[in-house]
Write a protein that binds this ligand. Structure first.
Ligand code: TXE
Length: 445
């Protein structure tokens, strides 16, 4: 039984994190790196147990929980290999024995990470690993849909040698998140919905703290007429339905050149019909239960009704599925959709997709950009120049050619518009937890 933190408890945790920060900053980077490496090793050792906790808690199919835990090592290795060189002082001007100008990087101080449930290991570690390595103390609030996973992460970090007051878990839902924002934090790093991200920005504004938001998306894919249809359909169907469609960069809408539209629909539906749905603990399951349960069923049913009422054609699925142990939704594919439909405009975050026919690259680009969001966008075609011309005009933080639903620790993860502010991952995702200091060093004459 886990109890939510009260305002007083959150405040005490903040005071503890604040008084621990000075000493943590002074801990040599090599020791911090050792602790993070140990954490990574502990995750590896306990992988099976951690995968089960994650699957039981949020309904992610067990093979996908294992994938997430396997992928964590690559993320952490990036930070282990790149933090020291990224933080290295940079001399930008030097006149021998006269003047030197140098940039160094200092920690922000006490930061809070309000995290999401869909990839707790990935979206969490994107923040707390570089935050800790750069000398910040962290108040970490896992999502209320992934509390046990969050507490397991905290235990492992502590076991690995990160002091308890340096990484402090905070337990609760939205109200607890608001308690965190009432503290004198130096930064808030949030992953979640646009609606909550906006509220967090508003609450944080008077304190002038650093605000970084990694929000959702309505990520488009454009499939050109020269692709191998079966492989493009298989790749994009996986991009749309993996993690039961609950990824920040899930494919949420697809535009297909008219010449291959019908062929693509057939191949896509055939792939989707092959996805097995059911008990997330079953190794064969590809589509699990919806983590937010009835809340998400409501969103999906509304999008289905709206699409049907506006003339979309339902090719498969379209309703809740009767399965034991939670809320399930049949993998759903619509054709004949357009941008008057919520399905093509609002984040679905479930196993549902609309596929629209287009006549030209220009039309595809206009539709791809017809959104408030801007996380990722993808073009499937043979010619890299054609893809580049489209992708450089797309309002999105990540551009994919012949791939989708992909994150690399070496590249910045950032959104445009309602998809967020700031970057995690890459060098930028290390520096974001620091503030620069400008050194003007004049030698005595
Ligand atoms: O998100 P919330 P939820 C999207 C997706 C999903 C929808 C709702 O569309 O269906 O958001 O999911 C904390 N002050 N994404 O309810 O509400 C909350 O406790 C401070 C996309 O999970 O944004 C949790 O820890 N904190 C996204 C975190 O915010 C508050 C991943 C996220 O909750 C708060 C998740 C408040 N007022 C959902 N209210 C992605 N980028 O992948 C809530 N919280």
């Amino acid at each position: 039984m886990v109890t939510e933190d009260s305002l007083e408890q959150v405040h005490q945790k903040f005071l503890n994190a604040k008084s621990a920060q000075g000493a943590w900053r002074e801990v040599p980077l090599q020791k911090k790196l050792q602790a993070v490496k140990k954490f990574s090793d502990l995750v590896e050792d306990r992988k099976e147990k951690l995968a089960k906790i994650l699957t039981e808690e949020m309904g992610k199919p067990i093979t996908q929980s294992r994938n997430e835990l396997n992928g964590l090592k690559g993320r952490i290795d990036f930070f282990l290999e790149n933090t020291e060189k990224t933080l290295y002082p940079e001399t930008v001007f030097s006149e021998e024995k006269k003047l030197e100008e140098v940039i160094t990087h200092e920690p922000l101080g006490v930061i809070s990470n309000i995290s999401a449930w869909n990839y707790p290991y990935f979206v969490g570690s994107n923040v707390f690993i570089p935050a800790l390595l750069t000398g910040n103390t962290v108040l970490y609030k896992p999502s209320e849909f992934a509390t046990l996973t969050g507490l397991a992460i905290a235990d492992l970090l502590h076991e690995a040698g990160v002091p308890k007051d340096v990484f402090i878990p905070v337990v609760g839902a939205g109200k607890t998140g608001q308690y965190l924002l009432q503290q004198k934090l130096n930064g808030i790093f949030f992953t979640g919905s646009y609606a909550t991200g906006k509220k967090i920005s508003e609450m944080a504004a008077p304190q002038l703290m650093k605000v970084q938001l990694e929000l959702g998306g309505k990520d488009p894919v454009y499939v050109c007429e020269d692709v191998d249809v079966a492989s493009a359909a298989a790749g994009t169907a996986d991009g749309a339905m993996y993690n039961t469609g609950q990824s920040c960069c899930s494919v949420e809408r697809i535009y297909v050149q008219e010449k291959i539209y019908l062929k693509f629909l057939d191949a896509f539906v055939e792939t989707v019909k092959g996805f097995s749905m059911g008990d997330p603990m079953d190794e064969k399951t590809y589509i699990g239960r919806l983590t937010r349960g009835e809340l998400q069923i409501e969103v999906l049913e509304k999008q289905v009704q709206d699409a049907l009422s506006k003339g979309a054609k339902l090719l498969t699925g379209g309703k809740r599925a009767q399965r034991k142990g939670g809320a399930f939704f049949e993998p759903t594919v619509f054709s004949d959709v357009n941008h008057t439909m919520e399905l093509m405009r609002e984040e679905s975050f479930g196993p549902i997709i609309g596929i629209q026919k287009v006549a030209s690259d220009e039309q595809a680009l206009a539709l791809m950009n017809d959104t408030e969001y801007g996380l990722t966008a993808s073009v499937y075609c043979k010619d890299p120049e054609r893809a580049r011309k489209i992708l450089e005009k797309v309002h999105a933080g990540s551009a994919y050619w012949n791939c989708c639903d992909r994150v690399s620790p070496r590249l910045p993860w950032s959104g445009r518009g309602h998809s967020g502010i700031g970057s995690t991952l890459s060098k930028l995702g290390i520096l974001t937890f620091t503030q620069p200091k400008a050194w003007h060093r004049r030698y005595p004459t």
